[in-house]
Design a protein around this ligand. Structure first.
Ligand SMILES: [Ca+2]
Length: 91
């Protein structure tokens, strides 16, 4: 658990290269390199751009750490829903 949290943090920090936000293509690079197994559209640039816009709560064109956590939370949530769906037959 602790290593997972550290990975979430260090992945963001290494992707921003010292900046506070993921800017330009950094977000897309992160998604393509790190999340291809969890996200169906990770290789589709337009889908990733769309997702970046959706995460960008303050509309500054960049993905802040907080906004990035929204994505992590979303992925964790959908992973747990998939597990729950596999364990129970009912919707
Ligand atoms: Ca933002």
């Amino acid at each position: 658990m602790e290593s997972a949290i550290k990975t979430v943090v260090t992945t963001f920090l290494s992707s921003t290269r010292g900046k506070e936000n993921l800017e330009g293509g950094a977000f897309q690079k992160l998604v393509k390199k790190q999340l291809g197994g969890m996200m169906e559209n990770a290789d589709c640039s337009s889908a990733v751009k769309e997702m970046q816009r959706g995460l960008d709560a303050d509309n500054d064109g960049k993905v802040s750490f907080q906004e990035y956590l929204t994505l992590i939370g979303y992925l964790a949530n959908s992973a747990s829903e998939r597990k729950a769906g596999a364990n129970a037959n009912a919707s």
